[in-house]
Design a protein around this ligand. Structure first.
Ligand code: ATP
Length: 239
């Protein structure tokens, strides 16, 4: 019953800016519990796809739905499902991690006890010594964990991540992969845009290669090794 509809669904979406196609007849689904990665060169349309699910960008044609609700026309409703993690998570530097989490939860109308807030941060991988330290001293990976904790506390069913691994050291990147797997195991649908072929292969269930607004290839991660995926990606980029 849980998977009877695709949590995220883009149907024949196209978007142009002037004469250039940002997306052309894109069809994409992400089920509950699934991690899907969009790979593609700069300007391929990855962020445009994510922005459509966020309801920030309206398609010229086609439909974008989250839990069968239109992400453009019912954006106020669909955004309730979403946790959005941009490349750089913006937090208040002079507040601690737990104060930031509390602040953003209250903005969303949620009031949690200190213990609950700590549990969210711990679940999202932020070590307890850091909870009460100012965010100005946090690494990029630590800020990202707070960003994910904000989405987690909001009980997001969908996580949209735009180049989340960019600029993370290998350990932080590995922790992010593990956290995403944990969220998917709990039933979240995860769509991420990335340039990191190795991580995409490692953490995602399915991968889509976008080229100039066209989804030229979709595959299951288990079907390829990281090297094979890289070769495939390079072939699509060259041709
Ligand atoms: P990157 O890896 O650089 O983030 P991307 O795959 O996310 O790239 P998009 O940002 O989705 O690519 O851009 C797709 C195309 O649409 C590009 O040609 C881009 O210049 C264009 N584009 C995106 N947003 C706008 C906008 N607001 N106005 C004009 N053109 C835009």
């Amino acid at each position: 019953m849980e998977n009877f509809y695709a949590m995220l669904k883009a149907t024949n979406i196209s978007k142009s800016y002037g004469n250039s196609h940002a997306l052309k007849d894109l069809n994409l689904t992400v089920q509950s519990g699934e991690i899907y990665s969009l790979l593609g060169a700069n300007g391929a349309g990855k962020s445009t796809t994510i922005n459509m699910f966020l309801g920030f960008t309206e398609p010229d044609s086609g439909t974008v739905t989250i839990a069968e609700k239109d992400a453009t026309k019912q954006a106020a409703e669909t955004r309730k499902f979403i946790g959005y993690i941009p490349e750089n998570v913006n937090l208040y530097p002079y507040l601690s991690g737990i104060e930031n989490l509390d602040y953003f939860c209250r903005l969303a109308g949620l009031k949690y006890s200190t213990g609950e807030l700590q549990d969210f941060l711990t679940t999202c991988g932020l070590q307890s010594e850091a909870h009460k330290k100012k965010v100005s001293g946090y690494s990029k990976g630590m800020r990202q964990k707070v960003g994910i904790a904000i989405a987690y506390a909001k009980k997001a069913k969908v996580y949209l991540l735009d180049e989340p691994a960019s600029g993370l050291d290998p350990l932080a990147s590995n922790e992010l992969s593990e956290l995403l797997r944990k969220l998917a195991k709990e039933g979240a649908s995860i769509l991420m845009a990335t340039h990191d072929i190795f991580r995409a292969r490692e953490v995602c269930d399915r991968i889509g290669i976008l080229k100039q607004g066209n989804l030229v290839k979709e595959l299951k991660s288990e079907e390829v090794t990281a090297n094979e995926l890289e070769q495939l990606y390079l072939e699509y980029m060259k041709n």
